[in-house]
Ligand binder design. Structure first.
Ligand code: SAH
Length: 226
């Protein structure tokens, strides 16, 4: 899988991509993640990426020319399955969408900044718009990092124990059951006896009951989703 990220602030995404699971995935050549500075696609001598918005609103808008140039260049090199723009008014991001994206070969993620991007970008160059929640960030970089993190860990071979992604929250429409580790007792607080019983069938049953109970209590909407 290859992910190209277009941004005016690559520094904001570098760190999350260079640690832990995402770093290992790149080392194992299971994913390639390339950060591209929008400035590198400008043609004017000031290398301008933004300009004032038309109309009375204050604020800068990312210009269409460098974005167009970047996307056209990438598209001339390979075929892209999705060209994503991160946006607060986009499709709400979910595990289902992460699963879908993890099956793709090549993805572009365009990060907005300031007031956003010239709307013609969204009308003509983008295949999908994703929001990571109903709040406004200063830029799409953190949203891109979240999307990349959640997608890359689903790519086959990235997690050492692949089944562990399957038992995560949302994968089966349920929240995950609680987990514990040693010591079995700390400060008088005990791990549930069932987990120490060695009876895997009973433990699985308990985990399923816990997952269901937690979902019903904390996120009942998940039980009604298809
Ligand atoms: N004026 C815009 C917000 C701009 S915020 C509006 O009101 O909708 C600047 C950039 O941050 C956006 O272009 C987008 O790329 C990113 N961004 C902000 N909030 C986001 C969110 N909840 N999800 C994904 N991207 C977001």
């Amino acid at each position: 899988m290859r992910i190209d990220i277009i941004t005016v602030l690559p520094e904001l995404i570098e760190s999350p991509l260079n640690h832990s699971i995402i770093k290992r995935a790149q080392k194992k050549n299971l994913v390639t993640i390339e950060l591209h500075h929008l400035r590198d696609f400008t043609t004017d001598k000031h290398r301008t990426v933004d300009d004032y918005s038309f109309g009375p609103d204050a604020g800068m808008v990312l210009k269409i020319e460098p974005i167009y140039k970047a996307i056209e260049k990438f598209k001339s090199e390979r075929q892209y399955d999705e060209i994503i723009y991160t946006s607060p008014d986009g499709e709400p991001y979910t595990q289902k969408l992460a699963n879908y994206l993890s099956t793709k070969e090549n993805i572009i993620i365009l990060c907005g900044h300031y007031k956003g991007v010239d709307h013609r970008v969204r009308e003509n160059l983008i295949t999908r718009e994703i929001s990571i929640g109903d709040y406004v960030l200063s830029g799409g970089e953190l949203a891109a990092a979240i999307i990349v993190d959640s997608v890359v860990r689903l790519v086959p071979g990235v997690l050492s124990d692949e089944t562990s992604a399957l038992t995560d929250s949302f994968q089966d429409g349920l929240l995950a059951p609680p987990v514990y580790t040693r010591p079995a007792e700390f400060n008088g607080w005990r791990v549930p006896d069932i987990l120490l019983s060695g009876n895997f069938k009973e433990i699985e049953k308990w985990q399923m009951e816990q997952a269901y109970e937690r979902t019903k209590r904390l996120r009942p909407n998940l039980l009604n989703d298809d």
